[in-house]
Design a binder for this molecule. Sequence first.
Ligand code: HEC
Length: 133
Amino acid sequence: MKLRLWFTLMILFLIYSILVYVYSDQHGQGSSPSGAAYAGWMVWQEHNCHACHQLYGLGGYMGPDLTNIAADEIKGKPAYLKVFIKYGSANMPDFHLSDLEADQLLAFLKWVNDSGHSAVAKESVHWSGTYIF
Ligand code: HEC
């Protein structure tokens, strides 16, 4: 009896996995960053900004979510962002980034802002748990 239940659950899990695999791809039509934004993404990964910051609500929680910071009237200004990115703060490390790396990170944050929102609306969540664009 227990074995039958185990097999039923395994089969359901398998069907669910296949459906998620097949359908999630149809909804993920967002484009990948290119050029300066791609370079900024690499800088982002190299310095592990994600350990403290979230994008789309996911990531570390020591610093704020940066998904839509580029669209913020005050914080989105390049001068504001660059001060943090180049020099850190009392709570954020100074990574001694070059001007070029800071500009690339700005391009990446702009790309992230254009690609989605940190607060995911209920109707944007597909039943499989993936995001509907
Ligand atoms: C050790 C944790 C940590 C890491 C790693 C980190 N940050 Fe931060 N960051 C913070 C904290 C904490 C704040 C808030 C700082 C404050 O208010 O003093 C912050 C603030 C910021 C801000 C300003 C946000 C705002 O709302 O004012 C930007 C932009 C930023 N970080 C970008 C980055 C980037 C880009 C990287 C990677 C190169 C990075 N951070 C890596 C902790 C971190």
